[in-house]
Design a protein. Structure first.
Length: 403
């Protein structure tokens, strides 16, 4: 089978996903187009250089509706003969775009693809698409649906994680992210967002709170306690699914959960012939991909079975992986991953994660693949695994290997 290589990765800084965020006036289409243009310019792509643009975005309404991928191509400097495909696998949409593109290349369906995603959470609010699993009682009750924050607290309760453990992970995420920016560890992939006059709007992740410590986090109230215990009482529904639990321990809050932000990211993937044609050197091969479904109530444990599956499929062991990127949707997600595989926390999310820098849903999967590759190169390591939990009970993973 043909090898699929990563030739380049780019991402925008992540802006605060609210009206006073630096990227609030930038549309999803324009931010996506800026990523596509960067990949075109950095790699001297001409004409119908790639087979397709596969683009993840979760809330596919309003400006993020239609086929955002195709609209972004037309708004960019790419050749109009390049089509676009918009996909949605919730939080793993950007990763799934990369995985689909890689597997298309491996299967011989084109020499190259651009894959990634976008989410403008300050402009198109999460949940504004009115998904049936959340708003249709006939569906939600049957599936024991609870909001993701409740699911994160179920993980903490089921696997014995304390508020102190979750807060400590959050403090470390902030520390690592601040250090990564101080040492310019993101400079290879980061592109500044500019306005129509060419003036820089944002060139740095702006969600960070580098002064975060255990004391400041200790003053925050649990974000999902009232939602679980009072209105509409999701804890009761969860305990019907998990009757062995006496109560849900609500440990998550804004400081140990992922930030709501705006952002976009893209990955250029191709075979050997593509690289030779454009004079590009491959940085890594996409060794394996995986996705899996699981219990939709606890919902967010997907990185564990997804990792088990991808390792089994590729004949590898957890000890074969040098670095991990586990999306910090909530602190308990990462704590559960580390517990399940007994991995050293020092090689998980080396440069911080979504708790510190934010989680632009449709883009994060592509962001963490790029971050993983940059860190493998910086630290001269060989193999990395990226994985995310996914709403409604799924997981996805990608293994990359430097070449």
């Amino acid at each position: 089978m043909t090898e699929a290589y990563i030739y380049d990765t780019v991402r925008t800084p992540r802006g605060k996903g609210r009206k006073d965020g630096s990227l609030h006036e930038v549309t999803s289409v324009r931010l996506s187009a800026s990523v596509l243009n960067a990949l075109k310019e950095r790699n001297n792509l001409e004409g119908h250089a790639v087979e397709d643009v596969i683009w993840g975005n979760v809330t596919q309404v309003k400006e993020q509706g239609g086929c955002l991928a195709r609209t972004a191509v037309l708004a960019s400097d790419l050749d109009e003969r390049i089509p676009g495909l918009a996909i949605n696998r919730f939080c793993a949409s950007g990763m799934e775009a990369v995985n689909i593109a890689a597997n298309q290349v491996k299967g011989g369906a084109g020499n190259a693809y651009i894959a990634g995603g976008v989410e403008m959470m300050g402009r198109v609010p999460m949940g504004s698409d009115g998904a049936a699993i959340a708003v249709d009682p006939s569906v939600a009750m049957e599936m024991y649906f609870v909001p993701q924050g409740i699911s994160a607290d179920i993980i903490a309760t089921e696997y014995g994680f304390s508020r102190e453990q979750a807060d400590a992970l959050a403090v470390e995420s902030q520390r690592r992210a601040a250090k990564a920016w101080e040492e310019n560890r993101f400079e290879k992939s980061i592109i500044a967002v500019k306005d129509i006059n060419g003036l820089t709007i944002l060139d740095r992740d702006e969600y960070l709170r580098p002064g975060t410590d255990m004391t400041s986090l200790g003053g925050l109230k649990p974000a999902f306690k009232e939602q679980g215990e009072v209105m509409p009482g999701f804890d009761k529904l969860a305990l019907m699914k998990y009757p062995h639990l006496d109560a849900i321990n609500h440990i998550h809050h804004a400081g140990n959960s992922s930030g709501i932000v705006d952002g976009a990211a893209g990955v250029l993937i191709g075979n050997k012939e593509f690289g030779e044609e454009y004079g590009l050197k491959p940085r890594a091969r996409i060794k394996a991909t995986a996705k899996i479904g699981l219990d939709p109530t606890i919902m967010l444990t997907g990185p564990v079975p997804a990792t088990q599956k991808i390792l089994a499929d590729s004949g590898m062991a957890i000890s074969d992986i040098d670095l991990f990127e586990v999306n910090e949707a909530f602190a308990s997600v990462v704590l559960r991953f580390q517990q399940a595989f007994d991995v050293d926390p020092s090689i998980v999310n080396v440069n911080g994660g979504s708790i510190a820098m934010g989680h632009p849903l449709g883009a994060t999967g592509a962001i963490i693949i790029g971050t993983l590759l940059d860190e493998l190169e910086r630290s001269d390591k060989e193999t990395g695994l990226a994985t995310l939990c996914i709403a409604s009970g799924m997981g996805a993973a990608t293994i990359i290997e430097r070449v």
